[in-house]
Design a protein around this ligand. Structure first.
Ligand SMILES: Nc1ncnc2c1ncn2[C@@H]1O[C@H](COP(=O)(O)OP(=O)(O)OP(=O)(O)O)[C@@H](O)[C@H]1O
Length: 230
């Protein structure tokens, strides 16, 4: 079976003034539909850069990204954005919630992009708010709720449209262990229904949920392990 995402010999450098940082160095990686892959490694080793490239938010300096058989560098940025919107849900550290939309409206947004009917939108948003214990905050604005609640809103928004792929950067980072487990349980149940998950974390409690763990060091993949029992 064709992988959902193929990264072929990717390099990514950032140029600032007269310095250059090689954030990814000859990275090749295939992610298959239905996998739950975790990327780990020390701060600055290139994890977020890898996630941004796999999520079609950024393009590599060299190498090729193939997403659902489409060679991404051949696509216009508009087509790339469309592919992203239709297929990928993001749970990122900066929650990117929209300040002047309520919790309900933030979660509803991906469904509006997908032209889901208002009744179905209400049903799905209420269901996920209930699951993540957010219902009592549905009319609040992001600035009125804690960082942990904002993170759960970001998770709800990422999963409500049932994307084919979820990219998560430290999805449990701002949460206590019980709330963290709730988020991981949701990601796991989506994965069991076929959603592919690519997650970056420092937390071994979170990485325990993955079926494959990839360790990055200094922009390179150093080890890849299939998780026991998965
Ligand atoms: N926009 C940028 N401009 C310049 N350098 C950058 C930029 N983004 C990342 N870098 C550099 O690229 C390298 C990889 O960064 P990246 O954020 O991908 O690492 P990371 O493993 O996700 O780190 P962390 O765990 O701290 O989030 C680092 O040296 C970082 O300083």
């Amino acid at each position: 079976m064709e992988p959902l995402i193929q990264l072929k010999n990717i390099n990514k450098s950032y140029h600032n003034d007269d310095s250059e940082t090689l954030a990814l160095n000859h990275v090749s990686l295939n992610i298959h539909e239905g996998e739950f892959v975790c990327i780990m490694g020390p701060s600055g080793c290139g994890k977020s850069t890898l996630l941004n490239i796999a999520g079609l938010l950024d393009i590599p300096s060299n190498g090729e990204v193939v997403f659902q058989k489409e060679s991404v560098h051949k696509l216009s940025s508009k087509k790339r954005a469309q592919l992203r919107r239709e297929n990928i849900g993001f749970v990122f550290q900066s929650f990117n919630l929209i300040d002047d939309l309520t919790v309900f409206e933030n979660i509803e947004l991906p469904l509006i992009y997908q032209h889901v009917s208002p009744n179905e939108r209400k049903f799905r948003v209420e269901k996920i708010m209930d699951r993540l214990q957010l219902s009592h905050k549905k009319k609040a604005f992001p600035s009125q709720i804690s960082g942990g609640l904002q993170q759960r809103v970001a998770v709800a928004r990422a999963v409500v449209s049932r994307p084919r792929l979820i990219l998560a950067d430290e999805p449990t980072g701002n949460l206590d262990s019980e709330r963290g487990r709730e988020v991981m349980d949701i990601l796991t149940s989506l994965n069991e229904l076929g959603t592919t998950i690519l997650m970056v974390t420092h937390s071994t409690a979170a990485s325990d949920y993955a079926s494959r763990i990839i360790n990055l060091f200094d922009g390179q993949i150093v080890t890849e392990n299939l998780h026991k029992g998965k």
